[in-house]
Design a protein around this ligand. Structure first.
Ligand code: GDP
Ligand code: MG
Length: 348
């Protein structure tokens, strides 16, 4: 039987685990990634003489190395080389979710995109042109409603189809603009010569991470002098555009995504901002965010003491009463071990 490994990657709450459970049913193993508290989940699905090993990766917004989850996800994708990535995208939050998608595109792995939460997108009046999106991403795009099992058959068929084509299909790239692209090219050429152990399809991703001054990648490639060259190029970017080079790269990435969304999303109604967005607009405000946070912390501390004090009084009186009540079951001055156990041990 042919065996393939398929990794599920996506933002937190995009529905990865829901899909994973539907895809693998009861055939799951749960554990931890070595050395970290991030959960590892693997499950098997057999169909048409093929064994698909699904891995439910931790939810991440990007493949930077800011958190354990991100590091785990990207180390897995870089090192273990799954045969395919199923990128679970929350269709009702397309723009935000596509950031990770562009990161995944650069890793060069075969990919299938699931537009999950299609029901939510639809009810908020969003219409996504899946054919256009698939063309732009160079990967099949499958609409789904994971919680109701809608789209699962199409997803599995698409996964088998892409695996069957086996071989690197040319894939459209995220265009990061004329300041960044030539510098990526330079690093990719250099990498091909000096660090042949990096698979060719991963070169672009490594080059971008070098320009972003990603500590892990700079550390890894420092031995090959590439880090110096990258630092020079990143320094040039620092001078040409406002902000540091990593900010420049993500700004261009967002510009690309914004442009892409304008092409593939038709909103029959203006997407209603949900409660989280409206709260964020206030609580994450550039100026008022921190004062609001401090004020809330002040309220929480105050409540702890003003509400806590009388409650503590109640508890103390109650326990004292219970304790003397139980004590009184024995004659005054008794040294019964049971009395001591109950009064000094259990109740105290
Ligand atoms: P994960 O963090 O990516 O693993 O997301 P989960 O699988 O835990 O899903 C987050 C929540 O979204 C759960 O409450 C799911 O029941 C719900 N959910 C998953 N898929 C869909 C969907 O297609 N539509 C809707 N409306 N809810 C979904
Ligand atoms: Mg999950």
């Amino acid at each position: 039987m042919q065996t393939f490994t398929v990794a599920l990657a996506g933002n937190p709450n995009s529905g990865k685990t829901t899909l994973f459970n539907r895809l693998t049913g009861a055939h799951q193993k749960v554990g931890n990634y070595p050395g970290v508290t991030v959960e590892w989940k693997e499950g098997v699905r057999r169909l048409q003489g093929t064994e698909l090993h699904f891995v439910d990766l931790p939810g991440t917004y990007s493949l930077t190395a800011y958190s354990e989850e991100e590091l785990v996800a990207r180390n897995y994708l870089l090192g273990d080389q799954p045969d395919l990535v199923v990128n679970v995208v929350d269709a009702s939050n397309l723009e935000r979710n596509l950031y990770l998608t562009t990161d995944l595109m650069e890793l060069g792995l075969p990919m299938v995109v699931v537009l999950n939460m299609s029901d939510v997108a639809e009810s908020s009046g969003l219409e996504i042109d899946t054919v256009a999106l698939a063309n732009r991403l160079g990967a099949p795009v499958i609409p789904a409603v994971g919680s109701r099992g809608v789209g699962l058959d199409a997803l599995l068929a698409s996964v088998l189809d892409v695996l069957g084509r086996n071989g690197d299909q040319p894939r459209p790239q995220v265009d990061l603009g004329q300041e960044i692209e030539p510098r990526i090219d330079e690093l990719v050429r250099e990498m091909a010569e000096r660090v042949p152990q990096i698979p060719s399809r991963q070169r672009r991703w490594h080059a971008i991470k070098l320009l972003e001054r990603d500590e892990k990648v700079v550390g890894e490639l420092g031995r090959h002098d590439l880090a110096d060259q990258a630092e020079r190029l990143a320094g040039e970017l620092d001078e040409e555009e406002p902000g540091t080079s990593d900010v420049t790269v993500s700004r261009h990435r967002y510009a690309y995504i914004g442009h892409l969304c304008r092409q593939v999303v038709r909103g029959t109604a203006r997407p209603g901002r949900d409660l989280t967005d409206r709260l964020d607009a206030v609580a994450m405000h550039q100026v008022w965010g921190v004062p609001i946070f401090l004020a809330l912390m002040f309220v929480v501390f105050n409540l702890t003491f003003t509400l806590g004090d009388p409650l503590m009084g109640f508890m103390e009186t109650g326990i004292a009463a219970l304790s003397s009540g139980v004590s009184a079951l024995w004659p005054e001055g008794s040294t019964s071990p049971l009395r001591s156990l109950l009064v000094d041990g259990v109740i105290a």
